[in-house]
Structure formats: C-alpha cells, structure tokens
Design a protein around this ligand. Sequence first.
Ligand SMILES: Cc1ncc(COP(=O)(O)O)c(C=O)c1O
Length: 424
Amino acid sequence: MNLYNIKDNSEQVSFAQAVRQGLGRDQGLFFPEVIAPLADVDALLDLPLAERSARIISHLLGDEVPAAKVSELINAAFTFPAPLVKLKDGTYALELFHGPTLAFKDFGGRFMAQCLAAFRTNDKITILTATSGDTGAAVAHAFYGLEGIEVVILYPKGKISPLQEKLFCTLGGNIRTIAIDGDFDACQALVKQAFDDEALKKAIGLNSANSINISRLLAQVCYYFEAVAQLPKADRAKAVISVPSGNFGNLTAGLIAKALGLPVKRFIAATNANDTVPRYLKTGQWEPHQTVATLSNAMDVSRPNNWPRVEELCRRKGWALETLGSGMRNDADTRDALKRLHQLDYLCEPHGAIAWDLLGEQLAEDEVGIFLCTAHPAKFKESVDEILGLDVPLPAPLAKHAELPLLSVNLPAEFAGLRAFLLA
Ligand SMILES: Cc1ncc(COP(=O)(O)O)c(C=O)c1O
C-alpha cells in the first residue's frame, strides 16, 4: 500500500512506514493512494467479522503484507463483537463498546498495537502518552502483553475519575503508569519534551500511539461492513449511518468503506455544540469557534484533525461535500434524546444519543437508519445516572479492575525525573 502526505504529495510511504511515523512532514496526514472497490461485496457481507475484516484490510494493503499475516493481526485485535441492535422506533444501534475498554477506540487501538509490534524496526519501542482519562485505558489495554513494547502513560494525579484510573493503572507487565503532580497540560508538556529529546528518543525507541495513525482508520472501516452485514438483505441498499463526530476519524473510516463499495446511501456527521463542520457544510465558511465543554466531551473539538482526509476522499471520488448530512445538538437536546431513547428501552450515552437524534430528524421514510454507539453508558455514568435517575451497573471489565490495587508511581511535573524514570 502506498500512502501520500496530503500536505506534500511528494512524501510517499508504505503502510508500515505510515504506521511507525504517524504524521508526515509539516504535520500532514497520510492517505492511501488507491482505494479500489472490492470485487464482491455481497459475498464478503456473508462472512464472519474477523474473516471479512482480514479480507478488506488485505485488499487495501495489497502485497505489502501477506494475507496470512493480516489475518493474524486481525484475529488478535478483533476479539469482541459489534452487534447491531434494533430499537423500537425501527432504527438500529451499532454497539461498538464491547471491547476491553468499552469504546470504539478498542478496534483502532488494538489493530494499531498489533501493526506496530509486527512492523517495528527498533530493538525496543517505548510508547509514551499523556491521558486525561480514556485514551490511557485504550492504549494500555491494546499494548498490554505485546513483546518488546514498553508503554508509559502519564496522567494528572487526582484529576481523573477513580474508575478511569483503575482501568489502566492496575495492569502491570509492560504497562507503567505515572501520576503527575500537575494538570493534563503539564503531562502533555512532559511528553512533548521527551519527543524533543533526540538522545532519549533514540535510547528507548520513543513512539506515540497517536490517534491520527492510518492503521486506526483502516480498522474502523471494518465495522461499517459489519453494520450493513447485520441488516436484513432487502434493507442493505437503504442504509443511512449517523456518526457521532469530534475529530472525524470515524466518519473518514465510513467514507473509505463507501469508497470500497459498501452500499451506504448517506452519512450524517453528528456533532455537539462544537459544530465547525455542520456550519461549514451549510455556509461554506470554515470558522472554528472557541471549543466549549459539553456532555459529549469526547467530541469537544472545534478543529477536527481528520477533516482534511474527508475532503481529500470526497474530492478524489467526485462526491460533493453537500451530499454529506450533518447537524448539531446542544446539551439540552442531548439530555432530551437520552430520555427519549430510554423510553424506547434503550440505554445510551451522550455521544450515541446525539447521532440517534439527528438520524431521526434526517431519515426519509424509505431509508433504514443506523447510529453508532461509540461508548458504553457506564463510561459516562455520572451524566447518564443524573439525567435518567439510574445507577448504571459497571460491566465486568470495569468491575474487575475496580477491585485491583493501583500500580502507579508518583512524579513531580519535571522533565528530569521523567527522563531518569524512562532511562532506568
Ligand atoms: C465516545 C466517543 N464518541 C465519539 C467520538 C468521536 O469520534 P471521532 O473523533 O473519530 O470523530 C469519540 C472520540 O474520541 C469518542 O470517544
């Protein structure tokens, strides 16, 4: 597979290079040079998730990675299902939260971890990342137990929820966690200093588990096929998919699936009050506002970093941007949508609820609607409990970790201490 840097097309890399490098020159995103339609989508849709996904990824990667190796990576990464659940109103929820950290990030994170382990060139790799809560869990669980890869995660001491902390600070093994005396910005600044330190970088094979990594997107393409595969055959050509969007990686993956020949009629880009894209699609003006905090906090992004990939693909395919559905919901709408979903006997969380509400608004009578449920309701327990008057039980993976002792060390927000820790 050849990829090029969207900002500087002369920079071309293989898939393995793109996985290792993350970003191209000038912070440019890598994008596949060719996305050829799949030969027999109907036959593929009849296959089980892992087998179908391996074929899709293999088709995209071409002869760079042998098909048997791709199957191995996918089988190790996709160890959980993505069920399509029919709601009483006739729409479908694609539940992407049945992985170890209860969010859609498990698909991309686990596949990326497998790829990095498979394509590493250094003797040693150290993944260093800062988290304000959720990314730490996804990264830690994705890399846990992978030979030759050390993971170090920094987080602000006392500033993440006790449960979030338990989820990634109790693993041990190749996962080391550091509670920093400072806020999230201080953690991020330390990570940045580490990446600026060439000697350190070389000594420990420093790498980031950046969410912009192309391997994550390719993994996400696979669950769009899984959604359509679970629809009744007669409905497959009528699917409209509503995607809760922040950085727009999820939507990019959906559009790649469509470019591969998945029969999706339309996508809806669903945002919260951070609605740069819906406003842009309406007015043609790219005018990011100051980011505001919302109930769907993982989508609190006003400068979505995957948007250039959406534009690039639409340009190449000749798809007018205006054909993309979009819309925004504020916190009051989100609360109301969560309540109405609960009346339909479906327990959701704020991100999925926004996608469902916009789907309801924009779905035509002859269409079949799917909305993506990107996180388990228990991951947003505080707001879900408060809005619905419930006490959402913890699913088994969270409950299990809640009982284990914390293994984190504590460090001040000073680079010298972190450097010594990393080199020890
Ligand atoms: C729960 C949840 N929903 C939706 C999103 C938005 O996905 P994307 O950033 O790919 O648009 C995120 C992103 O982190 C998320 O964590």
